[in-house]
Design a protein around this ligand. Structure first.
Ligand SMILES: Cc1cc2nc3c(=O)[nH]c(=O)nc-3n(C[C@H](O)[C@H](O)[C@H](O)COP(=O)(O)OP(=O)(O)OC[C@H]3O[C@@H](n4cnc5c(N)ncnc54)[C@H](O)[C@@H]3O)c2cc1C
Length: 512
């Protein structure tokens, strides 16, 4: 064993970030030499929200060798095939952002380009009709694509809604059984090395001193090591994303569960609706400059579809990112590394990516700056990509019914997003940079959904025969409908894989 290898990894915090990191390290740093210790404080607790995810989480579970049905059972999870947006482009409007693709690209031409061309000639249904995920969601149906499934079912992509505290507990069992040491206790001090300012150890309230070579700061918004000890600095994005508070409450529900998250915009923010197997997660994300906490709480409670199951919890946040996710021998993950509101359910994904990128650039005791800089470059690009995609939802609106929407509609946006919008407006083009998370169909869904229709389409689309394209499009549309009809309802699917009867009655939730 190379004696330069990291011996002691100390994870500070046992929320979703801490236990995801611990589980991954217990598998991938399992070299008989490196030891992982996680410190958490029950007195401080976790943030207790974070229930909707995006498809790459499947890879994280798979990378840990977790059986997906065991995970669904242990976390009361349901499946998610997209997000329904209500009142975003304008009051009374709805659209669906599906996971997966639209139709098929033909002869190298993107499907959405053919759709845009057809739309110039005749009245066409919403593009959702060409997404298998959207058609299944509209009918309350779900099935996994399966390795051998043929189109259209093979086009479904899915993620999960789950109980975040149950997921952390599930990963804790996994990590501890793979040798991760857990210490219960509150950190009250941090010791820095005098020569280089690296973190040497943390001190617990009971006097224990825990030393480490590498520290992972998963302490939540407070950023115990990355900010309180190392003063790394924070880049705020509140001028682009003015929401700074949330109030969350679970409730009971009758019908469903729907295989999608719903995000409903109101005058000064928006409300999430996340159906789990046993309850509905709800929360209002809002701008405290535009609505009071009491009014936000009332608005949330008046828009629940069942009995509240707990007292509403208020959370404050500052949108932005830590200037360096990796500073000296501390890597911040989760809320300590930054936060962008949960409109596209990206925070847990940022944790997952932070973990895989750290494993790919794992340091030794020399802490070569080149590895740190590369990590920071990649994480910054990812955070900014997520930021731009969320800003898009606020900026591209016709809403003028409140100060909040007037501000969002008229605000300046990052240059990176301006360029994307301009390319889209001209000929519906979307280019995905190397490190970007959201693929072309996601940009297409939100742009068209919020009423941003390009002036034209790519000239290469004209090289395809019009009649053949129209026929192919009709076949795809019908195949989606026929396939959706044959699928089990989402509730039936969950019941099947868990071997028990469906818990709720089912109703289709919306029309495309
Ligand atoms: C309103 C809202 C909605 C969200 N919705 C989603 C969503 O739908 N999807 C999604 O992907 N993400 C969502 N997120 C983000 C998600 O909740 C977080 O990314 C995730 O929970 C990770 O949190 P964390 O582990 O970084 O922090 P926390 O859960 O806050 O955990 C911090 C840990 O650090 C420990 N700690 C802190 N200080 C000390 C100390 N001094 N000594 C010892 N231990 C200490 C705490 O005890 C705790 O264990 C949402 C966030 C908010 C605010």
């Amino acid at each position: 064993m190379n004696e330069q290898n990291i011996r002691e990894v100390v994870i500070v915090g046992g929320g979703t970030a801490g236990w995801m990191a611990a589980a991954a390290f217990s598998r991938y740093l399992n070299n008989g030499y490196t030891r992982t210790t996680l410190i958490e404080s029950e007195e401080i607790g976790t943030i207790g929200v974070g229930e909707a995810t995006i498809p790459p989480l499947i890879n994280f579970n798979a990378m840990l060798g977790i059986n997906e049905n065991d995970f669904v059972a242990a976390t009361n999870a349901s499946f998610k095939i997209g997000i329904e947006f209500v009142n975003w482009g304008g009051v009374g409007e709805r659209y669906f952002h599906p996971f997966g693709t639209y139709g098929h690209d033909l002869q190298g031409v993107h499907f959405h380009q053919l759709y845009l061309r057809e739309r110039k000639k005749r009245v066409l249904q919403d593009i959702s009709a060409w997404s298998m995920s959207a058609v299944a969601a509209a009918n309350g149906k779900f099935a996994r694509p399966g390795p051998s499934a043929r189109a259209p079912l093979s086009q479904i992509r899915y993620a999960f809604h789950f109980d975040a505290s149950l997921y952390a507990a599930f990963l804790r069992r996994y990590a501890e059984s793979n040798g991760v040491r857990r210490i219960e206790g509150k950190i009250v001090d941090t010791n820095l090395r005098s020569d280089d300012g690296f973190v040497e150890s943390v001190v617990l309230a009971d006097g224990q001193v825990i030393e480490g070579d590498l520290f992972i700061d998963c302490s939540g918004f407070r950023g115990l090591l990355i900010e309180q000890a190392l003063s790394t600095g924070y880049e705020e994005w509140t001028h682009w994303l003015p929401c700074d508070r949330a109030v969350a409450v679970p409730c009971s529900y009758q019908n469903g569960p729907d295989p999608f998250t719903r995000a409903t915009a109101y005058e000064s923010g928006w409300q999430w609706r996340i159906p789990l197997q046993h309850r509905m997660g709800n929360g209002l994300v809002y701008s405290s400059n535009h609505i009071s906490d009491d009014d936000a709480r009332q608005l949330l409670l008046s828009n629940l579809e069942g009995q509240p199951l707990a007292d509403p919890r208020k959370l404050s946040f500052v949108t932005g990112r830590r200037k360096l996710a990796w500073n000296r021998n501390v890597v911040a993950m989760g809320l300590s590394s930054g936060f962008v509101e949960p409109l596209e359910s990206t925070s847990i994904h940022l944790i997952q990516t932070g973990i895989s990128k750290l494993l790919a650039l794992f340091p030794d005791k020399s802490f070569n700056p080149v590895e740190r800089d590369e990590y920071n470059r990649q994480m910054q690009a990812l955070f900014e990509d997520v930021r731009d995609f969320i800003i898009l939802h606020y900026k591209m609106t016709k809403r003028n019914d409140s100060d909040f929407w007037n501000y969002c509609r008229t605000m300046g946006i990052p240059e990176s997003l301006e360029r994307k919008v301009a390319l889209w407006r001209a000929k519906g083009r979307v280019f995905r940079d190397e490190l970007e998370l959201f693929a072309t169909p996601s940009w297409v869904a939100v742009m068209l959904g919020q009423g941003v229709v390009p002036e034209s389409y790519e000239p290469v689309a004209d090289s395809l025969d019009e009649e053949k394209v129209a026929d192919a499009m009709e076949q795809i549309r019908l195949a989606n409908l026929e396939t959706a009809e044959r699928l089990p309802t989402h509730g039936e699917f969950i019941a099947q894989i868990l071997g028990r009867p469906p818990a709720h009655a089912e109703v289709p939730q919306f029309t495309l």
